[in-house]
Design a binder for this molecule. Structure first.
Ligand code: PLP
Length: 380
């Protein structure tokens, strides 16, 4: 008799980005604009610190919550950047920002509980919520409200099963950056209703206009779990280090999930993360400026051809209105005919149909040529 896998797991679907990626990987000469992967290598001083750490014996398990020295470095950085004072016990070092989000969602939601997630929003939010047996409820990021969350809309979605609201600023895919007053309002909203506010801040250092406000700045009741990552800031996607900052009582519970799933983040990567956070920050600025210039180049091409988009203030994506109902079909056709891969908008939520997302962390020449081919494909 053959064994069967979990019905829940077999009902999960991979994201539409993965489908395009898999197709692109089987083709030659594709201009890859679908994945949010920094074009830069990890800065050499970080790589060197990792090599040194491996030689020095950082090759073993660490505590579930991470190396004490890294947790201390994180506490210092959060105070330096946001004036927020926390203790190492508030920090859980995770396997990427993704590990932080999945660990904290598993920690706060039981099977059948509801979690509010953005539409459009990063596809993994929905996947994680479904994977833990909880129920995703989408709240709209309405262009009529500058594509920002509206506490009034959130209120209308609450039920007795709602446990958490996931917010993301700077936003993937929209590039919006929440005004400070909105961040304060969202923290208050969650606090007054006994909900967790899971604040995905992985693009906090990639802001072109205005400045990032951490939700931690306003948390007095322990309702906020802020998530950060080394992946985008330091071009360290493959090292898999992120972290969550939460109330101590929540952090303790998160560590149990870490232990059950992964034990800890990789030790060598944790030492690399420490060097990244404590070392020179010039490369962060160099990368941000390159993404800013890529954004300018991309917007100039789209303007010239009369293609609409959402001008980003942060993160490194362009959310483009291609005006085709079936974004997955559009992305597939564009790939097969023009050898340009983009992320289909529908995979970010129902409001993403008619749109595609392009990564501005790709090489400039690929962006220039890829968008030129896309406008030609659109008949513009
Ligand atoms: N949150 C958002 C909005 C993202 O776009 C990503 C990666 O694309 C992540 C979190 C997680 O990144 P990582 O797990 O590499 O830190």
């Amino acid at each position: 008799m053959s064994a069967t896998v979990s019905a829940l797991v077999s009902s999960l679907k991979c994201s539409g980005i993965r489908a395009i990626m898999d197709l692109a990987l089987g083709m030659d000469d594709v201009l890859r604009l679908e994945v949010g992967e920094p074009l830069f290598p990890t800065p050499p001083h970080i790589v060197e610190a990792a090599c040194r750490a491996a030689r020095d014996g950082y090759t073993k398990y660490t505590a579930n919550a991470g190396l004490p020295s890294l947790r201390r470095a994180i506490v210092d950085r959060i105070e330096r950047d946001y004036g927020v004072v926390r203790a190492p016990e508030n920090v859980v070092v995770t396997v990427g920002g993704l590990g932080a989000i999945s660990t904290c969602l598993r920690t706060v939601a039981d099977i059948g509980d509801e979690v509010l997630i953005p539409d459009p929003g990063w596809p993994n939010y929905e996947m994680i919520v479904l994977a833990i047996g909880a129920v995703p409820r989408r709240y709209r990021l309405d262009p009529a409200n500058a594509c920002l969350p509206s506490p009034r809309d959130l209120e209308g979605l609450l039920t007795s099963r709602t446990r958490a609201v996931v917010v993301n600023s700077p936003s993937n895919p929209l590039g919006t950056v929440f005004p400070r007053a909105l961040v304060e309002e969202l923290v208050k909203f969650a606090g007054e209703r006994g909900l967790f506010l899971i604040s995905d801040e992985v693009y906090d250092r990639i802001v072109y206009e205005g400045e990032h406000t951490s939700a931690l700045s306003f948390d007095t009741g322990g309702n906020v779990i802020s998530v950060f990552s080394l992946s985008k800031t330091y071009a360290m996607t493959g090292w898999r280090v992120g972290y969550a900052i939460a109330d101590k009582s929540v952090a303790v519970e998160m560590c149990k999930i870490q232990e059950a799933y992964v034990a800890c983040a990789p030790s060598v990567s944790q030492k690399a993360a420490e060097a990244a956070i404590e070392g020179p920050q010039d490369s962060v600025k160099v990368m941000r400026e390159a993404y800013r210039e890529n954004t300018r180049v991309a917007m100039e091409i789209l303007d010239r051809h009369g293609v609409g988009y959402q001008a980003p203030r942060g993160a490194f994506y362009l959310w483009i209105d291609v005006g085709r109902e079936d974004s997955a079909e559009f992305a597939k056709e564009l790939l097969l005919r023009e050898h340009v891969s983009v992320a289909p908008g529908g995979t970010f939520g129902p409001s993403g149909e008619r749109r595609v997302r392009v990564s501005l962390a790709s090489p400039r020449e690929s962006i220039r040529e890829g968008l030129t081919r896309m406008t030609r494909f659109l008949g513009k």
